[in-house]
Ligand binder design. Structure first.
Ligand code: TYC
Length: 101
């Protein structure tokens, strides 16, 4: 009797799913002191003085600046934390999030 070898009909493909990423965006305003914006960027987004100053100046001159990209939870938590720091001092400093294309 001959034996027939049957190949499996299905193949299992493993795909690594990457979580969708969100941008944190700093918005300019007319009231928050520049130095305070720099302080918040250093504290919440772990930037050095030079990076923080550049980001602040970009938002100041262009109206907004993308700061960093994180998973949704981290982006939203950091944006909220940074906005709250401004609020606690009475400043309208605002950070928002947006999904990355
Ligand atoms: N425009 C503010 C000022 O002139 C400084 C500032 C910069 C505020 C960036 C917010 O995202 C900002 N005092």
């Amino acid at each position: 009797m001959t034996k027939t070898l049957v190949k499996p009909q299905t193949k299992v493909k493993t795909k690594t799913q990457r979580p969708p990423l969100y941008k944190v965006i700093l918005l300019n305003d007319d009231y928050t002191p520049r130095e305070f914006v720099v302080q918040v960027l250093k504290a919440v987004f772990r930037m050095n003085a030079d990076q923080a100053y550049r980001v602040m100046m970009t938002a100041h001159t262009k109206g907004a600046c993308v700061i960093a990209v994180y998973t949704r939870d981290v982006a939203e938590t950091k944006a909220k934390e940074a906005t709250e720091l401004g609020k606690s001092k009475g400043y309208p400093l605002f950070f928002t999030t947006e999904p990355e294309e």
